[in-house]
Design a binder for this molecule. Sequence first.
Ligand SMILES: [Zn+2]
Length: 348
Amino acid sequence: MLFVHLSILSIYLILGSISLTTGDSFVMKAIYGVNVSQVDKINQTVERLKETGVNSAFVVKDKRLIDALHKNGLRVFFSINVFGGVGPWNQFPELRPITHTGKPLDSMDGYGGLCPTNEPYRQRKLDEISNLLKEYPVDGIWLDFIRYPTKWEVKNPNIQRTCFCTNCLTKFSQDTNVKFPYNLTTVEEKANWILKFYDSTWNKWRSDQIISFVRDVRKVISEVRPKTLLGIFAVPWRKGDFGEAIIWGVAQDFEKMSPYVDAFSPMVYHEMCGRPVTWISEITDYFSMQTKKPVYPIIQAENITSAEFREAIHAGLNPPSSGIIIFTFPYLDRKKWDILSQSLNPPH
Ligand SMILES: [Zn+2]
């Protein structure tokens, strides 16, 4: 009998350790954008995070900060901008997406975005991720701007249809065996023809350009540091929002991405998106059902009242949420630190 009991106990222990290593049981309580460099500030910040009940931080690349967080039992994450910004447009003009009118994408006040199919750029980004994982002992990386461009964090987004650059048109034709009629000469003609006759083929192919990059990052992680968690900062749209623009606009197919991903963080910035606080829970619920993975919503701390911040934290922690990320460190004033502490350390 004793032997049997011990066996059952050891099975529980083994199961317990499996769920810990896959991160399933991890309740993330994180702050995004932790950026301090002076030694005394580092110690103060780490103390404050611990007192507040925060167990994780998205940080800048600073080994002393990472080391201090780890020594105090906190987990450390990097956010990686994949296809965002306008930075490379000058040096690599081929990375600037082309719209369905054949014109280069507008910068949208510096917001921008990059063509996701450019092979040299993708390889450079994968190398950068590989080198980061070799150099910094982080517990996870979260991919940001892992999508096609559109400034989505507004109430009424101007949703872009990209990218119709020469490389994208050629690759689409090769990958799908769709041949353009000879009489189509301009980019605008070809784009309109695709959208008229091959809209669903085009949308699926675009989603595949994003999914394949996530899959490649997973491969890098497996080779370099297999226990590193892979997360996604996701546009907080359901398929029913904006006429399925999550697919035809930004090309984030969460269901198909999910096998390569450990956790999803929908960016539920409710005030920016003109939504009520209850929307945070609705989106978290939706992502949990779609992806079957842990969901750690990331909520905004800026431009909202303290009372609303408290409600947003509670909405973000509602099951099936597996935790929460606060955006962002510099926006936390004294009052909001207090609210965060009360919400993460509830009285027993
Ligand atoms: Zn392109």
